[in-house]
Each structure stands twice: as C-alpha cells, then as structure tokens.
Write a protein that binds this ligand. Structure first.
Ligand SMILES: *[C@@H]1O[C@H](CO)[C@@H](O)[C@H](O)[C@H]1NC(C)=O
Ligand SMILES: *[C@@H]1O[C@H](CO)[C@@H](O)[C@H](O)[C@H]1NC(C)=O
Ligand SMILES: *[C@@H]1O[C@H](CO)[C@@H](O)[C@H](O)[C@H]1NC(C)=O
Length: 360
C-alpha cells in the first residue's frame, strides 16, 4: 500500500510538473458538446503572468469590480491593477513573513507564511473573507493589509486545510470548507489518494463568532458556492468527483443530495450572474477499483488538460470549456465569470488566464 501510494503520488506530481512546462499559445472554447451545440468559437485570450510566485488558486472581485484578487504560493494576496497592468500587494494572513518571498520552493515555508486559497468579498461592506490553508478563516478590510483571524477550529478540532469560502452578502454568515483534519495542503495528493474523509463544511456567524459544522466526513471538500436565492449551498467533494447540495431553506434545511457527478477532479465552484455554476477541474480522474484508488484518464469526450464545466440550477452540464492541449490554460482550480470574461486560476501554474466569451 505504501509503495502504491508513493508511486501514485509520484505519477501525479510528474503529470503536474510536465503540464507546467508546456508553452503558452492560443486556446479554444468548445460550445455545448452534448448535442445542440453552438459550435466552436475562437475566443480572445490573455495570459497574465505572476512574477516570483505561483498558484493563483481562487479569484475574487471587489464591490467596485476591481481585481481579480488572488492568493499565491508565497502567502500574499495580490490584486490585478488593470490601469497599470501589474499585480500589486493587497493583504497577508500572518505578520511572520521573513523569508517568505523569494525563489525558494514556497511549499517549504507555506505553513508559516500562509497560503490563502479561498477568497470572497462581502459586496455590501467591502470586507474580504479568506480561507487560508494554514491560518484558517480570516477577514481583511477594503484597504487590505494584515488580515484578522476569525476561526481556527470547530468542535475542538483544529482546521488543517481551510480551502474555500463564500459570503452571504446580506447576512452575517460566511460558509467555508476545511478539506481535512489530518492532511495539510502540501500533502494534498496523499489526502486525495488515501481516500481521507475528515473534511468539513462549516458556517461562521460574524455576530456570535460561532462556527457551526454543517457537514462532516467529507472526502476532500473543496469549493463552496451559494445559490442565487440563497436556498442551498453547493460543496465540491473532489475525491468523489461530485458536487453535493446542502439545503439551507426550510422545509429542506439540512438535507443533502448529490447535485452533479463530474468527469474529472473538481476544484472550485463559482456562481455567475445567471445563477449557473462554473466548476473548474483537473482532467485526471481517480477510479475506485477493488478498494484502491487509481489514476486514470477521463472519458474520451473530456480529454483536455484545461477542463471546466458550467452547470445549471439543476446540476446539468450545459457547457464544457476545454483547452485540450493546455495551450492557454490548464489544470484549472477556478473559473470566474465576470462581465463577458472567464477568468481562470490554477494552483499549479504562475499565471491567470482570461477568455473573452462575449462582446468585443
Ligand atoms: C522578483 O524577485 C526579484 C529578486 O528577488 C526582484 O528583484 C524582483 O523585483 C521581483 N519581481 C517582482 C515583480 O516582484
Ligand atoms: C441586500 O438586501 C437589500 C434589501 O433587502 C437589497 O436591495 C440588496 O440588493 C441586497 N444586497 C446584496 C449584495 O445582496
Ligand atoms: C430545473 O428543474 C425544475 C423542476 O424540474 C424545472 O422547472 C426548471 O425549469 C429546471 N431548470 C433548468 C434551468 O433546466
């Protein structure tokens, strides 16, 4: 078992490394592949490199539409300054930042420097909520700076791998995930292939400062999204290649069902202005065979290095976005739709990609 785990870890690590070495060119946007397709379009695309750090895992825009903001491997949260065409430093999640920035392998220092993954602005107050893999749940004001810790444990069990957060703008509640109580972020491959199921979906109430566990025993809970009418949450369970729906509104409150089963390893999930959901995926699937998890390729219909799907409110795939050769983007962690663009982040590359999906 130990050897098999090591072998599989090495395989995944190599696959990821290889992917990051492929060069950048033009991409394709594929319409609905399931029949009544709108056909192929050639989108305008832009690649925005990040210097001296990598892994823009999730993306957020502030209440004025500024950004995107993203957390990177050296623990900084940076903001894309459109006017000046550059990234600027916005926030950090710990004051202990000596030696955090630089050309060393950031996974060696991320437990001390922080690794902000999930970001979500409260569009009413302008505050940015942060799920940092090592620092837990934090908040920082519209001016940025040093974020303030809000929660680091629930029911006496410390978070080990806080991952995603979503704000309910008009209430005092934020929802977030802790991927594992056993494995840290830098051991995420082991967390995946060992079938760890210690992840939790939680809510934090700003008024009472209380954390409530909504779901336990999840297998690599990852992205979380709130429905347009705020009647349910969607939580990605990466190891199981699926999305669960957790009902918030009565009479269904507390009920859980499978919302969608997906052809890859889903990461973050983001709602668009229509109430549809973009789910970013790594195009590698873990297949459960006789109790062991094996790495396999996804079905032939979905063989891109860059792979994301759009789901409607009923969990049906209504669009597939692929970059088959991984030319412009690949191994996406997040797809964020904003004013006719899809912004794509990945924990494995050192750039953010933007694809135009409509308009000039
Ligand atoms: C990257 O790091 C080098 C060396 O530490 C530094 O000189 C340079 O200004 C950095 N670049 C950016 C864009 O931060
Ligand atoms: C908050 O609620 C008010 C009134 O209930 C509404 O007008 C406003 O659009 C809501 N804001 C957000 C960000 O949902
Ligand atoms: C979702 O399902 C409901 C109930 O079956 C249906 O009324 C609605 O039109 C569906 N929505 C979409 C976008 O297909």
């Amino acid at each position: 078992m130990g050897n098999k785990l090591q072998y599989q870890s090495a395989f995944l690590a190599l696959a990821f490394l290889f992917a990051t070495l492929i060069s950048i060119a033009d991409g394709t946007l594929v319409g609905n592949p399931l029949g009544s397709g709108s056909g192929r379009q050639q989108p305008k695309s832009q690649v925005i490199p990040i210097m001296n750090a990598s892994g823009p895992e999730s993306l957020a825009f502030d209440r004025l539409g500024g950004g995107p903001y993203t957390g990177v491997s050296d623990g900084r949260i940076i903001k894309w300054d459109v006017e000046n065409n550059r990234w600027i430093n916005f926030a950090v999640t710990t004051p202990h930042r000596w030696g955090c920035e630089g050309s060393h392998d950031h996974t060696l220092t991320e437990d001390r420097c922080g690794r902000p993954l999930g970001l979500s602005f409260n569009l009413r107050t302008g505050d940015l909520y942060i799920a940092d893999a090592y620092m837990g749940l934090l908040v920082v004001g519209p001016q940025g700076g040093l974020a303030k810790p809000l929660a680091t444990q629930a029911q006496g069990i410390p978070f080990k791998f806080a991952n995603a957060v979503v704000v309910d703008h008009n209430s005092s509640v934020v929802y977030f995930t802790d991927t594992s109580t056993v494995f840290q972020r830098r051991d995420y491959v082991t967390a995946l292939i060992s079938g760890d199921k210690t992840g939790r979906l939680m809510k934090y109430d700003l008024r009472t400062k209380q954390v409530t566990v909504l779901m336990n025993n999840l297998m690599f809970p990852n992205g979380v999204a709130l429905s347009k009418n705020k009647d349910y949450l969607l939580v990605v369970e990466t190891t199981n290649s699926r999305i669960l729906r957790y009902w918030l509104k009565k009479p269904m409150a507390g009920k859980v069902e499978v919302f969608a089963q997906l052809p890859g390893l889903p990461d973050n999930i983001q709602i668009n202005h229509k109430g549809e959901f973009w789910v970013a995926m790594n195009a590698i699937k873990l297949t459960n065979l006789q109790g062991f998890l094996w790495v396999s390729k996804p079905p032939a219909d979905f063989d891109g290095l860059g792979l994301a799907v759009k789901l409607n409110e009923n969990g049906t795939i209504v669009q597939v976005l692929e970059d088959k050769e991984g030319n412009v983007w690949r191994y996406s962690s997040e797809v964020h739709e904003k004013l006719g663009s899809l912004w794509i982040g990945s924990v494995l590359v050192s750039f953010v990609a933007r694809l135009a999906i409509s308009g000039p």
